[in-house]
Design a protein around this ligand. Sequence first.
Ligand code: ZN
Length: 498
Amino acid sequence: MSAKSASAFSRLVERAREIALLDSINATLQWDQQTGMPPAAAEYRAEQIAWLAARSHALWTAPEVEEWLADAEASPDLSATDRGNLAVWQWSHRRAVCLPGRLVEKLARVSARAHEIWVEARRQNDFAAFAPSLEQLLALAREQADCWGYEAEPYDAHLEGYEPGLRAETLEKLFGGLAETATALAVAGEAAPPIPDLREFAPFPLEGQKKLNAMVAEAFGYDLAAGRIDESAHPFCTTLGPQDIRLTTRYDEADFTDSLFSVLHEAGHGIYEQNLPESAFGTPAGSALYLGLHESQSRLWENHIGRSRSFWEAWFPTMGEIFPQLRRTNPEQLWRHVNRIRRSFIRVEADEVTYDLHIVLRFRLERALFAGDLSVRDLPHAWQEGFAQLFGLTVPDDRRGCLQDVHWSGASFGYFPTYSLGNLRAAQIFQTARRALPNLEENLLRRDYQPLTGWLTKNLYRAGSILPPEEILQKLTGVTTSVTPYLEYLREKTGEWT
Ligand code: ZN
């Protein structure tokens, strides 16, 4: 290795670690903002967060980084890991530098304002009030796409930001097969015999919920010595350092499964982060960068474990100790409770079977908006039509229709599909794990999650992000993202009670 390219590469590592320092400090401020910050602190906190984000962006887009990338690239003898890191850096650097400063600034300004307008428009059920902001955001997002570049369609340029190589055409093929089956399963699933409402057994005191949630997360492999579980309006998982991965949840005394499932979901993200190669923290080799893969881990623990029969059988005695009133029911009833199917209007309240239908709708509308096949003005009507087709239901108003999600007001386009990608990949990865671990079912009944966590750590978490997501998945499961294991899983599950 020439001295110049060797030092170029080590400078990149140094710069990446410096940026990780700034970003983790920023994450700490944001965690505090969501969990305990006094309301009057909001304005100054926004300034702190914006300042750190700008510093971090400036460090990565500085002219010397481009030189280091080129010098390192010319080096003939980088290791495979170094090459992987370099490829990801080139991808992220290219995306960061090609946006002109005035576009970045304008987007930040317009979306901050659009968020406030959206909150009010949703409250008032007034799409017309939000439409001009959405039009403006879309125009700016198309400008972004032009800067980033794309081959087939501008929407692809946004998808690419969440996962390199992600394309709308591929997604439509996956989602097309998924939607038809999910609609049929939802209709069949609704015909299942009714179950008693868990709320009849309420209240479930918060102290008991906290105790149960921590026990389960820890049993799964979430390390509470390098993490903690707090309360926030919207549950999330965040990384404040290699030994500090935090979760949040929210509590409802009437139904303990709300906070439990948020913890299982976020713990899935947390276990992934806690088991990345620590010595590579701040570089792609020590990061989990791809959203659809990250979501596969939250869904795996939340759904394939948490919504399984064996989970409810295994934990029922402990649940009965913590909430004695549950002894009047049984694991079967609780399992049915957390798996009930109901077609409904709100994505975040959707069950496992109908959830992806919400995503398919949003994906198709976003794609049409970017292609110019759909105007913002016609969005409510297109939403109603698409919803009727996928769900067979009439949307009563825009508040429960195209105004329900926060994403578009923040100019996050292309984010929704990563949720369903996570569902597909969770099924695919879990199916592979079951084949690799023949005693898995017995282990799960004994609450012994170590073999599964160990297998995931060895085969997925330690891999970091130096390969593109589809390559990581292919190495792990033998194929790229496939809809088949997920459909098999849904069919098997819904078939158990219909
Ligand atoms: Zn998630």
